[in-house]
Design a protein around this ligand. Structure first.
Ligand code: AMP
Length: 191
């Protein structure tokens, strides 16, 4: 699979300490260095702003996709390469998935969880043919991994789709996973 654009989902808040922000900015730098374009939620706050600034500061391309409501509230980062204003959050999530070649979650909150969950769950129904990965920065998503394993063990999530969500410790590892990605068949149900 060729990866030219990545959707990054991450916190609209800073998180505690400076670490999360610094790491998010490094992800932005990494994208620019690998000539991979960023597709993101368009905000200027938190980790979102940090990723986008990291990309832009290093000559990278940033596609901002946000809702009219968020734009009117003044959350948009200026200086992005282009901006799409969508009527609502659902259309916005769809547009981000459409524009990107793969989806990655960095640390974040409910919005991040919603976005990455949608991307992963749409694989099971055959509506997402693109790879989904979680940047497990300092074990931030270890508990999520445990919950997914619990779903698997309880018979609600097949091995195929569990293994399809890649938990990586570096952007290099995530890129390798995405390049070799094989789209799984959509789920079939017992009669
Ligand atoms: P959260 O993880 O709850 O901080 O939400 C961040 C995710 O939800 C981002 O990836 C965005 O796509 C979306 N989102 C939530 N709040 C904002 C905001 N103020 N500006 C732009 N996007 C936001």
């Amino acid at each position: 699979m060729t990866i030219k654009r990545l959707a990054i989902y991450c916190g609209a808040l800073n998180g505690q300490g400076k670490d999360y922000l610094v790491q998010a900015e490094k992800v932005g730098e990494w994208l620019a260095a690998h000539q991979i374009e960023l597709v993101y939620g368009g905000g200027r706050h938190g980790l979102m702003g940090a990723v986008a600034r990291g990309t832009l500061a290093n000559g990278g391309i940033v596609h901002s996709v946000l809702t009219q409501e968020l734009y009117d509230r003044g959350v948009a980062l200026a200086g992005v390469t282009d901006r799409q204003i969508m009527p609502n959050m659902d259309r916005r999530k769809e547009m981000m998935m459409q524009m990107a070649d793969g989806m990655i979650a960095l640390p974040g909150g409910l919005g991040t969880l919603e976005e990455i969950s949608q991307a992963a769950s749409w694989v099971t129904v055959g509506d997402n043919a693109k790879p989904v990965a979680i940047y497990n920065y300092h074990g931030f998503y270890d508990e999520l991994k445990k919950q997914l394993v619990a779903m698997n063990q309880a018979g609600f999530l097949e091995d195929l789709y569990l293994n399809n969500i890649y938990f990586g410790n570096s952007m290099d590892d995530i890129l390798e996973f995405m390049k070799g990605y094989q789209v799984p068949h959509h789920r079939t149900y017992d009669k």
